[in-house]
Design a protein around this ligand. Structure first.
Ligand SMILES: Nc1nc2c(ncn2[C@@H]2O[C@H](COP(=O)(O)OP(=O)(O)OP(=O)(O)O)[C@@H](O)[C@H]2O)c(=O)[nH]1
Ligand SMILES: C[C@H](OP(=O)(O)O)C(=O)O
Length: 214
């Protein structure tokens, strides 16, 4: 699962980093989703969101989108999404992945899943305070405890695994070729980070985008 906030509120700490904040957020999300869809061991990518523009922006990526239906906050949203996935397959592992990982590669996500080896696992962010990825054991509860200091809470019940984000920046995931949407005429797909020509650290402090940096 990849949760995505309403575009008017998402990545508020990056506001001002690019003239078109909504395009920046969508580009970051699209690159993250593209890597997750292509990762070995990932059967379904479910984006839990509340903004129809996110659904439109992710058309053709291979991710499914589900409306969070006004649930209060991230953890309730993730419990809802986990329930959607578990209703299809009770024995599977479910995971929550942050939406702002444009340097993620399919191989790196696959390696983190392999390292978890069926255990409940989490990936702390590079400051060690937040959580980049939370993975349940197969059939086990996700029990998300996101929010400030979440890494410490997840450490109480999960093993830490690594996630090797590409050192070369945000352009490591090749943009997928999306078929044109019916009725879209000559409309172009939303941009990826590479299209926006945003490369860390240009204009983005490590604190503001700490999850995006290796
Ligand atoms: N669907 C959904 N996703 C959420 C919600 N709150 C946070 N998220 C997502 O959860 C992840 C962590 O969110 P935050 O760190 O709070 O927000 P952010 O948009 O990444 O960045 P800031 O606005 O700068 O805090 C991101 O992928 C968000 O898009 C929510 O209420 N609903
Ligand atoms: C959601 C939260 O992200 P942060 O606010 O630490 O970036 C977390 O990592 O649990």
């Amino acid at each position: 699962m990849i949760p995505v906030k309403h575009l008017d509120r998402a990545k508020s700490r990056l506001r001002g980093a690019h003239p078109d904040h909504r395009a920046l957020v969508l580009a970051v999300v699209r690159d993250t989703v593209a890597a997750a869809v292509a990762a070995p061991g990932v059967r379904t990518v479910l984006v839990v969101c509340e903004d129809e523009r996110v659904v439109t922006g992710l058309a053709g990526t291979g991710a499914e989108c589900v409306d969070e239906r006004g649930l209060p906050g991230l953890n309730a949203t993730l419990r809802f999404g986990a329930g959607v996935l578990r209703a299809r397959d009770r024995a599977t592992a479910v995971a929550a992945l942050q939406a702002d990982l444009p340097a993620l590669t399919p191989a790196a996500l696959g390696a983190a899943i392999t390292e978890a080896a069926g255990r409940r696992a989490y990936v702390p962010d590079h400051e060690g305070t937040g959580t980049v990825l939370l993975l349940s054991a197969p059939g086990g509860p996700l029990a998300p405890r996101f929010g400030p200091g979440s890494a410490g809470r997840h450490a109480e019940s999960a093993v830490a695994v690594g996630l090797d984000l590409a050192p070369c920046g945000w352009t490591s995931t090749p943009p997928p070729t999306s078929p044109p949407r019916p009725g879209s005429g000559s409309a172009r797909a939303p941009p990826h980070c590479a299209d926006l020509r945003i490369h860390p650290p240009d204009g983005l402090s490590p604190r503001l985008c700490r999850r995006m940096h290796p």
